[in-house]
Design a protein around this ligand. Structure first.
Ligand SMILES: [Zn+2]
Ligand SMILES: [Zn+2]
Length: 332
């Protein structure tokens, strides 16, 4: 029997997209941490706009800070009407080395409130242009520098298939963004994930709050199956794909025994499997905590296909959901 999510005493709840007063957030880094700690989180990346920052002063034995930045590939004169009608690309970069304070372009503005971070950062002199070429250059460069790249909120960014299909080298897609959902956008990006996978990309999935104010705290989260709460261990788990995304239900275990997939989860109304093929399965009911799904047809028909995958979605009665990454035939 194979554990698709590693068995751990604890999965660590993470906020991987968070803003503070270092950019346009309304809470100080200390205040943001206090809110997330109270909501049961153990990991937080402060990904302030256009400025990389480490916050080691906020680490404690039960809470780990990841070094990050949110990039926005808006033109330099990003202002109405372009900012109102235009498309953009936003990416979060998470540093594999907490002290590597690099960014691909200079901070947009150096203000008193972020000067201390700007003085520690170093940067390339790349332009920020909203083009797929610029996006791919920045992703490739960020990977070389040792960053995991997350593709943020494609719905809010007004992106459609031609904008995201050519993207290469992403570590994960932000499948849900609480801040945008609470502002009225349907930033639930299941279709984008399926498209990127069907194009042959192997990438993970995360769910984030994009917190600027307290009301979004805890709406979405990423569970990380790290061995221990250390920077190296958490990054290792993220790179291995030992993560899942949720805005409600937890997944307690995910195993494949021969051709039988077993899902143990918080009470759910549906457990669904989708694949690279025209093949899906659904178990529906009331308060499902264990689902058994026979994948023998998918296994048989996918033999020899290096991009054959399946992924699992757990939907609760209130509409909240958990999503696993894609699992590939050659890792089963
Ligand atoms: Zn953004
Ligand atoms: Zn953001």
């Amino acid at each position: 029997m194979k554990h698709l999510l590693p068995q751990r005493e604890q999965y660590f709840k993470a906020s991987l997209h968070t803003h503070s007063t270092v950019s346009d957030g309304k809470m100080t880094p200390e205040e943001v941490k206090a809110h997330y700690k109270a909501a049961g989180y153990s990991i937080m990346a402060l990904t302030d706009h256009h400025i990389i920052a480490a916050h080691p002063e906020l680490n404690d034995p039960d809470f780990l800070m990841l070094t990050g930045i949110e990039l926005g590939l808006d033109s330099e004169d990003y202002a109405p009407p372009a900012s109102f009608f235009g498309k953009t690309y936003h990416f979060n970069l998470i540093a594999k080395d907490p002290d590597h304070l690099w960014q691909p372009y200079p901070p947009k503005k150096i203000l008193d409130k972020n000067r201390a971070h700007a003085e520690k950062a170093h940067w390339d002199q790349r332009e920020r242009i909203c083009s797929v070429e610029c996006a791919n250059e920045i992703i490739a460069r960020a990977r070389e520098e040792g960053f995991l790249v997350i593709y943020n909120h494609p719905t809010w960014s007004k992106q459609s298939y031609p904008d995201y299909a050519p993207l290469k080298g992403l570590w994960a897609l932000e499948i849900r963004n609480t801040h945008n959902v609470l502002n009225g956008y349907d930033d639930n990006n299941h279709r984008v994930y399926q498209d990127l996978l069907e194009l042959g990309n192997h990438l993970c999935v995360v769910a984030c709050d994009d917190t600027h104010r307290p009301h979004t705290v805890g709406g979405s989260f990423t569970m990380i199956g790290a061995e221990e709460l250390t920077y190296a261990s958490v990054i290792e788990a993220m790179e291995k794909g030992d993560v899942y995304a949720s805005c409600g239900p937890l997944i307690h275990s995910l195993t494949l025994d021969g051709s039988t997939l077993r899902v143990a989860c918080d009470p759910a109304a549906e457990v669904c499997v989708q694949s690279q093929a025209r093949y899906a399965k659904r178990v529906a009911g009331e308060g499902i905590t264990e689902a058994e799904i026979d994948l023998s047809v998918w296994l048989e028909k996918s033999q020899g296909n290096p991009n054959a995958f399946f992924r699992v979605t757990v939907k609760a009665a209130d509409g909240s959901y958990a999503v696993t990454r894609a699992y590939y035939l050659n890792e089963l």
